[in-house]
Design a protein around this ligand. Structure first.
Ligand SMILES: Nc1ncnc2c1ncn2[C@@H]1O[C@H](COP(=O)(O)OP(=O)(O)OP(=O)(O)O)[C@@H](O)[C@H]1O
Ligand SMILES: [Mg+2]
Length: 374
């Protein structure tokens, strides 16, 4: 798309980067229950791709298929250009690193021995050097001689990551590896993991159900629902050019208004919104992110009916305003606006509202106007 000036360093790698994982037309069923269907996905060298989606949508199933923990039922899986499905290549011969939420360490081995475990192919001295390098990258060098039961959960998670990364797999598979950690620790280990992955230049497929984690970690996100990929793209593409309402609501709670398309526009209590993709007379679902509402306090109300603040709450970095919006023709709506910093007007404060169109999305609402605005 034409957003060149906004591009940041985390955009997908050049097309020249070799493909480390390719999945085509993957279908997988457990008995009669279809878990994933029609999945196409590639991961390039040096790229972090996140599988994101609600519980049960098939993320772990896909990861297990790549790892070889599930036998491929349909489609093609290749890692570094080598087909792994038929005949089935066992997990230990796939050159992939695995890190799961509860990655168990070997309790009878020290931290160093846990990490050297997967490095049999190297001479003993080189093996220990390599393990120490990885432990250093993850801030665990000091604990090399410790045993797992003496470590905290976060420390164990770091060792598990070091162990998975040490053999320099071409592809890392991570299934919610941070979810057992508390919020602070999670942020730190997430950050460290991202830097280690980028430093080693491996491709990574990371499963998460947390949209913020996906946006933090991913070069590209595959957002899944019910065994399908709904949209695949950079975090910015998913957030700013969502393919459907599910994509919008997965990242954020939004204000929703409905209206009919007239002259290519939908009238709402906060002004008209362009609906270029909808037909004349079609019923439209207008999704307005809370940060799309630009709110300003008015000293003199412009009209007998004006929009006003119902409630204002400080959330920390932002303030959340509950607003009663009054539009032309006596139309009203209760809306949430998120404003940076501390902005806590009194109840009843008259306000003007402008819309930032880049955070407003319009979709066809289907036939029923049942959810019409008040
Ligand atoms: N071994 C199994 N036997 C039968 N059904 C299974 C099995 N594993 C998963 N499923 C089903 O397949 C679907 C996808 O499961 P999967 O574990 O891939 O979801 P997920 O996206 O990883 O969910 P979560 O976020 O909760 O981990 C679910 O409906 C699940 O109940
Ligand atoms: Mg899962």
């Amino acid at each position: 798309m034409h957003h060149a000036p906004l591009q940041n360093a985390a955009e997908p790698p050049e097309t020249e980067a070799p493909v480390v994982l390719s999945m085509q037309d993957i279908h997988h069923a457990y008995g009669r229950h279809t878990a994933v269907a029609g999945i196409d996905l590639t991961v390039h060298q040096g790229e972090v791709v996140c599988l994101l989606g609600p519980s049960g949508c098939g993320k772990t199933t896909l990861l297990r298929i790549v790892a070889g923990l599930e036998v491929l039922q349909r489609g093609h899986v290749a890692v570094n250009g080598r087909a792994l499905g038929r005949p089935h290549v066992p997990p230990e011969h796939r050159n992939v690193g695995l890190a799961f939420q509860e990655s168990a360490l070997f309790p009878h081995l020290s931290v160093l021995e846990n990490v050297t475990f997967g490095l049999e192919s190297l001479p003993a001295r080189r093996r220990r050097e390599r393990a120490r390098e990885l432990l250093a990258l993850l801030g665990m060098e000091r604990h090399a001689a410790s045993y797992p039961h003496t470590l905290s959960g976060g420390q164990q998670q770091r060792v598990a990551l070091a162990r998975a990364l040490a053999p320099e797999p071409g592809l890392m598979l991570l299934d919610e590896p941070f979810s057992s950690l508390d919020a602070r620790l999670r942020d730190r280990i997430r950050d460290d993991t991202l830097h280690v992955l980028k430093k080693l230049g491996a491709g990574a497929l990371l499963v998460t159900h947390d949209p913020e984690e996906a946006m933090f970690m991913a070069d590209r996100i595959a957002l899944m629902r019910d065994g399908h990929i709904v949209q695949m793209g950079t975090p910015r593409e998913l957030y700013c050019e969502p393919a459907d309402p599910f994509v919008v609501t997965f990242f954020d709670t939004v204000n929703e208004l409905f209206g009919e398309v007239r002259d290519g526009r939908v009238a709402t209590p906060v002004g008209e919104v362009a609906a270029p993709k909808l037909a004349e007379g079609e019923w439209a679902r207008v999704m307005i992110r809370p940060e799309a509402l630009r709110v300003e306090a008015l000293t003199t109300p412009p009209a007998p009916t004006h929009s006003h603040v119902v409630m204002a709450k400080l959330l920390g970095r932002t303030s959340l305003l509950h607003i009663c919006a009054h539009g032309a023709g006596g139309r009203e709506a209760h809306l949430h606006a998120r404003v940076p910093g501390v902005f806590l007007p009194e109840e009843g404060q008259p306000v003007s509202i402008r819309l930032d169109p880049s955070q407003v999305f319009v979709f066809a609402a289907g036939t029923s106007p049942a959810h019409g605005e008040a």
